[in-house]
Design a protein around this ligand. Structure first.
Ligand SMILES: Nc1ncnc2c1ncn2[C@@H]1O[C@H](COP(=O)(O)OP(=O)(O)OP(=O)(O)O)[C@@H](O)[C@H]1O
Ligand SMILES: [Mg+2]
Length: 324
């Protein structure tokens, strides 16, 4: 598959204005984006997602590393590189609330050098596609949050760039609108061959539409895998033990101390093992009190559980390294 974006060893340092404290927001991030995929850029709050996205679309100058878009170095050939990209940043602050829907669309097309006349056909098409027909002469400030978000994505599609970066596109949307946005994004990729990078905390959306996930934590990449592959990998490690008697407090503590993701409800122990040998460890804990096992089942996992486990494992690893 053809690489459309290559991020290599990206670094960004911020200096806090008040305290002069130095924050390494992005610390050597590398990943590739392939043409026609939806890539999820994920991580907990403060992980460095927005900083990475802003560096890719040329809104921030990184302190180190490089970003290539369609082969163009975004630092050395910025204008050529960013020509392939549009971005919708957090909280759709990139649209003008005092302008109407149509005025916004014409303004942003103009910003990209497309004349008002030349863009009319495309505007009609996008209004239709995003179900915004009939709203074109309303002020953005009078639209609902979901409509504003759809308009922001429509504006990103106006110049017809290959790549669209979306930072938290479903933040604050109700379930129905979030679903609508999700379906629209799938359509954009399937019907128009676009490439999308989406940063989100909405794990069901990742499971539903992303091909691959790049997970960052503390400014570093901790996973870069196919979403389906990650779920499968974790499914081989997720078990549910049904036991005859409730566990003693000591047993519960032993299990909880050893495993990061455990859920014990009465006679059921749901646990994600970190390695295969861990199965014997649980058996030993059960055996220590002669607890009878009724059955052992494999359980299904969703992407949210996978994400949480990866973050926890990463944090655990870090604290283990720090204490040495
Ligand atoms: N302008 C800034 N000045 C100083 N520090 C900043 C600035 N912008 C971001 N940071 C810091 O850089 C780190 C990464 O921030 P970033 O916004 O990239 O995270 P994020 O992954 O997008 O988080 P969230 O999920 O909360 O949106 C954080 O520690 C943040 O406090
Ligand atoms: Mg962010």
């Amino acid at each position: 598959m053809e690489k459309i974006i290559e991020v290599n060893g990206l670094e960004k340092i911020y200096k806090k204005k008040k305290t002069k404290e130095i924050v390494k927001a992005v610390d050597g991030v590398s990943f590739d984006v392939y043409r026609g995929e939806i890539l999820g850029l994920l991580g907990p709050n403060g992980a460095g997602k927005t900083t990475t996205i802003k560096s890719i679309c040329g809104l921030l100058k990184p302190n180190g590393g490089s970003v290539h878009i369609n082969g163009f170095d975004s630092n050395k050939e910025r204008l050529k590189a960013v020509n392939y990209i549009t971005a919708v940043l957090e909280g759709n602050r990139n649209i003008y609330w005092r302008l109407t829907v149509r005025e916004n669309m014409e303004y942003f097309a103009g910003n990209r050098g497309i004349s008002k006349k030349a863009i009319q056909g495309k505007i009609e098409e996008l209004l239709e596609f995003f179900n915004l027909k009939g709203k074109e002469n309303e002020l953005v400030s009078s639209l609902s949050r979901g409509m504003q978000q759809k308009l922001a994505i429509a504006i990103a599609l106006l110049p017809g760039t290959d790549v669209i970066l979306l930072d938290e596109p479903t933040l604050g949307l109700d379930v129905e609108t979030s679903y609508e946005v999700r379906e629209l994004l799938k359509k954009i990729v399937n019907e128009q061959g676009k490439t999308i990078i989406i940063s989100t905390h909405d794990m069901p959306i990742v499971q539903e539409i992303c091909d691959r996930a790049v997970i960052i934590n503390g400014g570093k990449v901790i996973a870069d895998e196919k979403v389906e592959g990650l779920i499968k990998l974790f499914e081989t490690r997720a078990y549910c033990f049904t036991v005859e008697d409730e566990l003693t407090n000591q047993q519960i503590m032993a299990i909880e101390n050893h495993f990061l993701i455990v859920n014990i409800i009465e006679n059921e122990i749901n646990v994600t093992l970190e390695k295969e040998d861990d199965l014997y460890l649980i058996m030993d804990i059960l055996k220590s009190e002669q607890t009878k096992i009724e059955k052992i089942d494999r359980t299904t996992v969703d992407f949210e559980q996978v994400f949480m486990q990866l973050i926890k494992e990463g944090n655990n690893h870090d604290s283990a390294v720090a204490s040495h």
